[in-house]
Write a protein that binds this ligand. Structure first.
Ligand SMILES: [Ca+2]
Ligand SMILES: [Ca+2]
Length: 759
């Protein structure tokens, strides 16, 4: 089920342009808070007590004492902190602080970051070049006509007055250029967001055109960029990659379709070629489940550029003398390391592992705390560290792991020390808001290998900081949160006739703690850029869409009603037969009711590549299923849900598998009858009274030993079930290694006699 969002109305207070504009002395995450997570506000005038009140009736739900005063030099302020993490009730609230006043209203719910995630990621779509785009936000329609359809000319790569297709991709920032190295910092981070949070991203609808059928929307948007990147590789077969595709200088503030000056492929650089290699290797890996053919094209392109780099080991800068657009000049050491890591992860081939380990081994600092487009080493380190492939060097691995955890600990310490939860410790420079957002990668990867609530809370503090808990008491993201930027350095926003800027974009931030200016010409502090945006998307992805996900292990409900059936695994041979009889084809959706250890949904996903959803009520079974899904790497196809199968809406499914008892099959009939005509129902061992099967298949397994043990369990379990649940006498049915599979097609034919195998 795809999730759709309803745009929230943002009330903009008058008179908020310029450096300041906070309308209250209480600064907090204006998007709101997750019920079970940390909640803090920073208050910039003297206070001692605070209360949290309900917006609906002013009733106090919590009161506490603030801590402070705390002085922070860079903002030159005394502040007090209110911690109201104990409030876990959902709803709308505000802080009421004697002597200070009331805060803005804020929401506590599981969904507070969903719309922000959607809007930030859709921002990439709205950045698309070489096509028309349109998106709604807050009652406005943001749109432009197809732009830059002449991309690009080859004069600077040795062919005068000749055009080659370089259309597509995303505009890089507030300008309309396209830069390979900065694409690396963007695409690399977005693929990691997919890798780390795909269970929560795969069902999100971004309201974008279907430019990549069958891809989840998140990957569909990434493919728009990789399609363009493939065109940046030289057509001469060398493997070189152009450093950028831009005009000779920046355009004025005009809409992109009005920007008709010639744009050129530039000279290649080794950093661009290495970043291209890494991105294409990732694309091959993450797109493969959806589009094996395209994945192969990406891998071939990556392999070619990697081979070129191997034969040309020097750092080669692009000759950009003719251009005044962004230079993105950088040494290639980190880019080559990243390329090796991704090639190895995608192919498993030893030469890439050797290359990576030689590079990583000589790197003193394995993980960097503060990093950006010029240094993408961390991306390679993360991929290597989280790899499940065999054969990594134990010493290097231990170094990376140790460095990662100490870096994450340092980030936590700095975040806790900063009165606004900003863990960049007093460092302010071009794009530093992006750097703050990017710190969530270190924290989340650290949390993966060594789970620690401090890492998660600091990552959440970063989101809170960017959305209002900061010196300005304002959101740094256009169109989202409280008092968002109104005048970003963005040509579309400056040139169109809508007052509010294009939505969802993170602005760069001040070059000092108090130096941000919300004015259009201030590109140094108020521009937008794809690399910062990718970091914002990653930061939000860590906390968004929790409702659409596979149930997380910590969310499994342990107090449920007694399971209807004691778990008896279906032997794999029978699973195979059931799926064969179900005649599964591409696009089918399979529901397994009572999924046990997940073997049916996992097999369906692995063998047939279809979407499969397993339902069970028993927490132990849910955990087993989740582990099974993970170890088989079928997260992008399989969802496990803890649910009572008798209340489920089954209409999304067109294949349903069962291993329940005859009574339960009958109880499910009203739900099963609502399946689309032609849907298949396949049941292991038990029939469905009143419904005539179209096929009944008997099989006898040959694995005597296994089936004997299975059968003993089965016998015991069913005896218990019959006696306790059904209060029936258990007849000593001959539980040998015989199995029966029944199949029905909806709508089924009625039957008056019952051929059940157990009656
Ligand atoms: Ca570099
Ligand atoms: Ca405008």
């Amino acid at each position: 089920m795809k999730k759709r969002f309803i745009a929230v109305t943002i009330i903009l207070l008058a008179n908020v342009s310029g450096a300041l504009g906070a309308d209250t002395d209480i600064r907090l995450n204006s998007l709101g808070f997750l019920p079970g997570m940390q909640k803090k506000a920073t208050i910039v005038s003297e206070c001692s007590n605070f209360t949290v009140k309900k917006v609906s009736d002013g009733q106090t739900v919590y009161s506490g004492k603030v801590t402070g005063p705390l002085h922070q030099d860079d903002v030159n302020q005394d502040v007090w902190i209110a911690d109201f993490s104990k409030v876990t009730e959902k709803g709308k609230f505000y802080l009421d602080i004697p002597g200070v006043g009331r805060s803005i209203n804020f929401t506590i719910s599981d969904e507070v970051y969903d719309f922000a995630f959607y809007t930030a990621m859709r921002g990439f779509y709205l950045w698309r070049c070489g096509t028309a785009v349109a998106g709604e936000h807050n009652g406005h329609r943001y749109a432009h006509a197809p732009c830059h359809m002449d991309d690009g000319y080859q004069d600077y790569i040795g062919v005068k007055d000749s055009k080659r297709d370089g259309t597509g991709g995303w505009h890089d920032a507030g300008d309309y250029g396209k830069y390979t190295v900065n694409a690396g910092a963007t695409v690399g981070v977005l693929f990691l967001a997919w890798d780390h949070f795909q269970d929560r991203l795969k069902n999100v609808a971004l309201d974008i055109p279907d430019t990549a059928p069958r891809y989840p929307d998140f990957l569909k948007e990434l493919k728009w960029e990789t399609d363009w990147l493939l065109k940046m590789q030289y057509p001469d077969g060398s493997g070189k990659v152009s450093h950028k595709l831009t005009r000779l200088n920046f355009s004025p503030f005009i809409m992109p379709e009005k920007d008709s000056e010639k744009r050129y492929f530039t000279d290649w650089s080794s950093a661009a070629t290495a970043d291209f290699t890494a991105m294409m290797a990732m694309a091959a890996r993450y797109f493969k489940p959806y589009d094996a053919e395209y994945a192969q094209i990406c891998l071939q392109a990556a392999t070619k550029s990697y081979a070129f780099l191997t034969n040309n080991p020097g750092n080669k800068r692009a000759d950009l003398k003719a251009f005044r657009t962004g230079a993105y000049g950088t040494r290639d050491t980190d880019d080559r390391l990243w390329a090796a890591a991704e090639m190895r992860e995608t192919t498993g081939e030893p030469q890439y592992l050797k290359d990576f380990e030689e590079r990583a081994g000589t790197s003193d600092n394995k993980i960097d705390e503060n990093w950006d487009w010029g240094n993408l080493k961390n991306l390679g380190m993360f991929t290597y560290l989280l790899s499940e492939r065999e054969g990594r060097n134990a010493d290097i691995l231990e170094d990376i792991r140790g460095d990662l955890l100490s870096t994450a600990d340092a980030i936590v310490a700095k975040g806790n020390k900063d009165v606004y939860g900003r863990p960049l410790a007093g460092r302010y420079y071009w794009g530093c808001n992006g750097a703050v957002a990017r710190q969530t990668l270190v924290l989340q990867v650290a949390n993966k290998i060594s789970p620690n609530p401090d890492y998660v809370n600091t990552a959440l503090d970063i989101v809170g900081h960017l959305l209002g808990r900061n010196y300005y008491g304002r959101s740094y993201v256009t169109g989202l949160g409280h008092l968002p930027p109104l005048h970003p350095h963005d040509r579309r926003s400056g040139a169109d006739d809508i007052k509010e800027p294009w939505p969802g974009y993170l602005v760069g931030g001040g070059h000092s703690a108090t130096g941000w200016k919300d004015v259009q010409k201030d590109y140094r502090t108020n521009e937008i850029a794809i690399n910062w945006q990718a970091a914002l998307v990653y930061a939000l992805a860590g906390f968004a869409n929790t409702q659409t996900s596979t149930v997380a292990v910590e969310d499994i409900q342990t107090e449920t009603r007694k399971p209807d059936v004691i778990f008896v695994p279906t032997p794999q041979e029978v699973v195979d037969k059931m799926l064969e009889m179900a005649e599964i084809k591409t696009g089918d959706v399979l529901y397994d009711l009572g999924c046990g250890d997940g073997r049916i949904v996992v097999t369906a996903a692995k063998r047939y590549g279809i979407k499969a959803v397993g339902f069970d009520i028993d927490p132990a079974r849910i955990r087993e299923s989740l582990a099974n899904v993970k170890s088989n790497k079928v997260e992008h196809f399989v969802t496990i849900k803890q649910a009572d199968i008798f209340t489920l809406d089954l209409r999304e499914a067109n294949v349903v598998t069962l291993y329940l008892l005859p009574e339960l099959n009958v109880k499910l009939m009203p739900q099963l009858a609502q399946l689309k005509p032609g849907s298949r129902i396949v049941s292991h061992d038990f029939s469905m009274r009143g419904a005539k099967p179209v096929q009944v298949y008997h099989m006898k397994l040959t694995r005597e030993k296994d089936s004997k043990e299975d059968n003993e369990d089965k016998k015991d379990n069913f005896r218990e079930l019959f006696e306790e649940v059904f209060e029936k006498d258990y007849e000593d049915v001959a539980w040998d290694n015989q199995h029966t599979v029944y199949k029905w097609i909806v709508p089924w034919e009625k039957e008056t006699t019952t051929p059940s195998s157990w009656e």
